[in-house]
Design a protein around this ligand. Sequence first.
Ligand SMILES: Cc1cc2nc3c(=O)[nH]c(=O)nc-3n(C[C@H](O)[C@H](O)[C@H](O)COP(=O)(O)O)c2cc1C
Length: 205
Amino acid sequence: MKILHLSASPRRETSNAWWLSQQIVGQVARRSAAAEVRVRDLYVDPIAHVDSEYADALGSPVYAGDENAAGGALATSEQLIRELEAADVVVIGTPMHNYTVPSTLKAWIDHVVRVRRTFAITPDGKAGLLRDRPVYVGVVSGGRFSGSGARQADFLTPYLKVALATIGLHDVRFYSMEGLAAGADMVRAERERISMVLDTAFSRA
Ligand SMILES: Cc1cc2nc3c(=O)[nH]c(=O)nc-3n(C[C@H](O)[C@H](O)[C@H](O)COP(=O)(O)O)c2cc1C
């Protein structure tokens, strides 16, 4: 069982997103005899934003999803896609930044959601080319974005759902800890609550 753990908080291992996604990794690993975890910290090891060579390669008539035809322009993309393809389970830990994903996670998405490689254009729209596999997303936020206490827009969860579905990843589950800006008591309460939610969810799996 290979787990790809993507971490998208600038606060790295002190962050709540890291803590939450580590709980999820632990739940997944506990249910597997030989779990192998590959961590990709998107701040420690930042992925460059896509550049003009990448955009030119995707728009070029010689490019047909083949990175060799595009020279080195797709090397990072290819590496990230292969890492994703090798994973049986993907766990993403992310804070909400301005109602959506942090730019580091967006950079990863721009490299892995690649026309004619991870999705195809068909008469019916875009069709994912990757094998489906479970994706667990741990989201943390300063305010609340779900439930009756929501006081802000959420472009994070619907956006990630659509972006991942584009490449064939439909089995996506979200777990969130919200309202953390209220302080240490709220962080403690949210950690206790989500631990129970995860225990229940994974004991059914
Ligand atoms: C640049 C930036 C933008 C943020 N935007 C939002 C936001 O739109 N909504 C929200 O609820 N919290 C927002 N926050 C707060 C973080 O989501 C919150 O502090 C979260 O708990 C941080 O997670 P971490 O502990 O994993 O770093 C923002 C924080 C930063 C640094």
